[in-house]
Design a protein around this ligand. Structure first.
Ligand code: ADP
Ligand code: ZN
Ligand code: ZN
Length: 743
């Protein structure tokens, strides 16, 4: 036997399974071996069955017994789905968040491609003009402008145009499309996918405003950095023209023939950006978020991965979509906690965006009116370029925030006399008023006045919220509910009372207090029906509504140019919440709500009702704005050795039994202590703030270090040990690196 024969070809493969290790295989047994490029999907024998794998590397040596290596079955796709830098990003993310690589890779793929199914090379559905449609005088459609616009677009493509293109260019034009089809002016057709990408002519782009000095500086600075890695923070108040800056930058990147990736925290924010991008940028916007159908998502993923999509707009999971010509990454509302996945693979899309920019060699722009303390600290130390837009662009003026001390005030519907009077004034002048109440339902507490019984969830350590519309008590933590009892379940007494006020009750009270005002309530309950949110936002925009009442949903992203007064109610609780991020989140919420007021020419006022007007957070926010608050908060974080000055990882354990989680975490702690790393401190185990949730008991153990690389190395070793621990009694555990919620 000779060991010096030609070097072997060994395929190192990540298999779709929750396994951290790679597996070695041999090339397929075939007379004409396929091209074996990293990033290709393979079908491999695994255990007794077959699995999909991703080829990570082609090497010449193996640590395993070469005689026992099996050949792969086949290469599934004609070309690799991931480029090298895509693979490196996912490898990095898997290592950083201690996620098995197989798992991480396959979360990055559309669901169908996680199975051994071939790439869909099938033809994509499209539209083509009929001879009648081609010959029609467009003026006959003068009274149906949407149809006219659509038909003109379809006619510009005699060979047909893909449906995804049409909808991404024109928004939801389905009704107009149906009308054209039933008139026999257009017909369905199937198109070759290669001809659909970027096939549309540049739309007649609407000219943007002339940039102001701050915007020009931001655009020029970032444009200078195109082509190399450099992270930036655009720290600009609401309405300062950040989006305008994004548009210019995306335009430059597109003009250079590259792709831009824009991430937003929530699907609800995509329609507005989509509209503005569509109006101003050539080509189409390719969407990637969970509200798309699986088929749509897969098609869009391909358009991105094949380099056809010039502009991809998505929510956090879009950070993993392959982009062969990536030239710029933008993360809007970078402070938003939704950018961090809270279950399974707990990655931060914002942090991965920065990493991805580094691997790709392109600038990364994080934008916010209320940047996270982590990002601000990076800007303060110069690691990120810091571009400030402190003034509103255009005619709008920055609203003034004032505190309203409501101690000893006679409240009606939770509103102080001063706020009520201001509301009357604004409504009488034809303006709109926004009330922010971050609590949905009718009343947060339902209780018996005779015996003190309180409606509580049988599965959680939580109280039930009364939803009077449905006559049910709901648990907002696990979704359990019960019918509203007529008599006290404990003493059969009939004096049952509801305490406190959620948005549902507030709406009822407001109708009594302001009988002539139109009221739009915006929360998860009132907008559950499809299209309802759009309908309500439309009514607000058209001025059919004088009072906007809502939860966080109202505070995010939407433009309400008619709102001149914003009232913030019941925020005191969050000032005193136990999570160390509570002050930061509260300040962000206040500033974001304030950002909704006075967006047009009319100045805006923001009134914060509180029983703690002397609270230092409120004081610093009022006197020095978000920047001043953030500086003070960073000072406190430094003194307390909390992020961004320290790094955290949280192990959570849960089980049906009360003792199991703590018992498991004690063993986990013992293992950690065995690793003798004094620069990683451990806190716990302690019960979770809500110990029982959805019928499971929960506890947690926190690891803390001042040095990130050290914590990382520690976590890698610790996780290996933790995976070996036995798990009795239905115990589940997870590790959260850089946790955002300490729940
Ligand atoms: P942000 O994203 O920071 O909230 P936008 O980009 O949405 O701000 O801008 C707020 C409003 O001001 C928009 O209506 C926008 O069209 C307008 N605007 C932006 N930049 C300018 C400018 N330089 N001159 C005039 N109006 C502007
Ligand atoms: Zn009772
Ligand atoms: Zn519950």
């Amino acid at each position: 036997m000779s060991l010096s024969s030609a070097p072997a070809t060994i395929l190192r493969v990540a298999v779709s399974a929750p396994l951290a290790e790679l597996f070695d295989y041999l090339p397929p047994l075939s007379s004409s071996p396929p091209r074996l490029l990293p990033g290709s999907r393979l079908l491999v024998p695994f255990g007794r069955g077959k699995r999909v794998g991703i080829l990570m590397a082609v090497v010449t040596r193996t640590d395993q017994d070469p005689a026992r290596l099996k050949p792969i079955e086949l290469v599934l796709d004609p070309y690799p789905l991931f480029t090298r830098s895509d693979l490196r990003l996912i490898e990095w993310a898997a290592a950083y968040y201690q996620e098995p690589l197989g798992e991480a890779l396959f979360t990055a793929l559309p669901a169908r491609l996680r199975r051994p199914e071939p790439l869909r090379e099938e033809r994509v559905p499209g539209m083509r003009a009929t001879p009648e449609g081609l010959g029609l005088d467009l003026r006959t459609l003068a009274r149906a402008p949407r149809q006219r616009e659509l038909l003109a677009l379809v006619r510009a493509h005699p060979q047909g145009v893909a449906l995804v293109e049409l909808t991404s260019r024109l928004g939801d034009g389905r009704a107009a499309l149906r009308a054209l089809r039933s008139k026999g002016l257009v017909t369905d057709c199937r198109l070759d996918p290669d001809t659909t990408g970027g096939a549309l002519p540049a739309c007649p782009a609407v000219a943007g405003p002339t940039l102001n000095t701050d915007q020009r500086t931001a655009v020029a600075t970032i444009q200078d950095a195109l082509g190399s890695f450099r992270p930036f923070l655009i720290d600009g108040v609401t309405g300062s023209g950040k989006t305008e800056v994004y548009i210019r930058l995306i335009g430059s990147v597109m003009a250079a023939g590259q792709q831009a990736l824009v991430l937003v925290p929530e699907i609800g924010l995509t329609p507005q950006l989509q509209t503005r991008f569509r109006e101003r940028l050539p080509g189409s916007v390719t969407l990637l978020h969970s509200a798309l159908s699986a088929g749509e998502r897969e098609r869009n993923w391909h358009r991105a991965a094949q380099g056809q999509a010039a502009l991809v707009l998505g929510t956090r999971s879009a950070i993993f979509v392959p982009l062969p010509r990536l030239g710029l990454i933008l993360v809007d509302e970078e402070h938003d906690a939704s950018l961090k996945q809270q279950e399974g693979f707990r990655y931060s899309a914002r942090d991965l965006a920065v990493r991805r920019g580094q691997l790709t060699g392109c600038p990364v722009v994080l934008g916010s009116a209320t940047p996270s303390l982590e990002t601000l600290q990076n800007a303060r130390t110069g690691r990120y370029g810091w571009l400030r837009l402190p003034r509103r662009a255009g005619p709008a003026r920055t609203p003034t925030i004032s505190l309203l001390d409501i101690r000893h005030q006679p409240l009606r519907a939770g509103l102080s006399p001063v706020l009520r009077a201001q509301m009357h004034d604004e409504i009488a002048t034809g303006n709109q008023v926004l009330l922010f109440l971050n609590r949905r339902g009718y009343a947060p507490l339902f209780t018996c006045h005779s015996c003190g019984w309180i409606g509580e969830c049988t599965h959680c350590d939580a109280r039930l919220t009364l939803h009077l519309n449905q006559r049910r008590l709901w648990c907002h933590h696990c979704g359990w509910s019960r019918a509203l009892p007529d008599l006290c379940p404990a003493c059969s007494g009939s004096d049952l009372r509801m305490l406190g006020r959620g948005t549902e009750r507030m709406e009822e009270d407001l109708r009594a207090l302001f009988p002539h005002a139109g009221i739009a309530r915006i929360d998860r309950d009132s907008t559950r029906r499809k299209g309802e949110l759009t309908r309500r936002l439309g009514a607000i925009r058209r001025g059919e509504v004088q009072i906007l009442l809502g939860t966080q949903m109202l505070a995010k992203g939407h433009d309400f140019p008619g709102v001149t007064l914003a009232g913030i109610l019941e925020l005191d609780q969050s000032l005193y919440a136990s999570d160390f991020r509570a002050p930061e989140r509260t300040a962000q919420l206040i500033v974001q709500v304030a950002g909704r007021a006075g967006r047009a020419e009319r100045p805006g006022r923001v009134v914060l009702q509180t029983r703690h007007p002397e609270h230092p957070l409120l004081q610093s926010l009022l006197r020095e704005g978000y920047g001043g608050f953030a500086a003070a908060a960073l000072h406190e974080r430094r003194a307390a050795e909390l992020p961004p000055f320290a790094h955290l990882a949280l192990v959570r354990a849960e089980a049906p039994g009360a003792a199991e989680p703590t018992r498991f975490l004690r063993r986990a702690r013992a293992l950690a202590e065995g690793l003798t790393e004094p620069r990683v401190r451990l806190f716990g185990p302690v019960p979770a703030p809500m110990e029982r949730r959805a019928g499971r008991y929960r506890a947690q153990l926190l690891a803390h270090s001042l040095e990130r690389p050290l914590l990382q190395a520690f976590l890698t070793r610790w996780c290996r040990d933790l995976r070996g621990l036995s798990r009795a009694g239905g115990l589940r555990w997870s590790l959260d690196v850089d946790p955002q919620e300490m729940l």
